[in-house]
Ligand binder design. Structure first.
Ligand code: CA
Length: 216
């Protein structure tokens, strides 16, 4: 899952980005509203964390402009806990908001819930045959036995499982599982997929040659 963080305070942005990456997300960061809007329009993020007070263009204006073309889930980060701000945020099309200062663990919990809601998959557990994916704990079991997967393997598996029954193209995976800091070669996805097959069973993920991947 790939997240855009629009936040102008460098220390806070670095802290949030680190927490999100530790939580297994790919993260792009924008330090002002203009760059935030540009990135939000040009990439299909799984969620956007949007600060309200930003240079060049404030969070409200970014959200308003974005909503003309995209439904990406947005969590507003607001410095003030005033009813008028909350109402404005929800009216403008924010999906949730968090008042600063907040706990990073609460932020991560909100992000997970936001992504689950938008994937229309409210249950944090995904079951595919004998494979059980616990999205809250980011743990995978097969036939009840824990299976160790790397952060990228987990991210690819989770994305495919959330979109089961649909073809997921390689570019979908690049867009949602990797971020602008990843320096990846095009065959890397194949390596992750073959590791997942080795660990979880060879029939779990089907390949549509030249198109992408598929979980039944
Ligand atoms: Ca700010």
């Amino acid at each position: 899952m790939r997240i855009l963080l629009v936040e102008d305070e460098p220390d806070l942005a670095a802290g949030i980005a680190r927490a999100l990456r530790t939580g297994g997300y790919s993260v792009d960061v924008a330090p002002d509203g203009e760059e935030g809007l540009f990135k939000a329009r040009s990439t299909d993020y799984d969620a956007i964390l949007l600060d309200v007070m930003l240079p060049l263009r404030d969070g409200w204006s970014v959200l308003e402009a974005l909503r003309r073309s995209k439904r990406t889930p947005v969590l507003m980060l607001t410095a003030r806990d005033k009813a008028v701000d909350r109402v404005r945020g929800l009216d403008t099309g924010a999906d949730d908001y968090l008042v600063k200062p907040f706990d990073l663990s609460e932020l991560l919990a909100r992000v997970r819930a936001l992504i689950r809601r938008s994937a229309q998959h409210p249950d944090p557990a995904i079951v595919v045959g004998a494979v059980h994916i616990d999205q809250a704990a980011r743990r995978v079991t097969r036939g009840g036995e824990p299976v160790g997967v790397t952060a990228k393997e987990y991210a690819i598996l989770e994305y495919l499982a959330l979109h089961r029954g649909r073809l997921v193209t390689r570019s979908d995976l690049y867009e949602h599982v990797f971020d602008e800091t990843d320096d990846s070669f095009s065959n890397l996805i194949d390596v992750h997929i073959s590791n997942l097959r080795r660990k979880l069973g060879h029939d779990l993920i089907a390949t549509r040659r030249g198109l992408g991947y598929f979980i039944e």
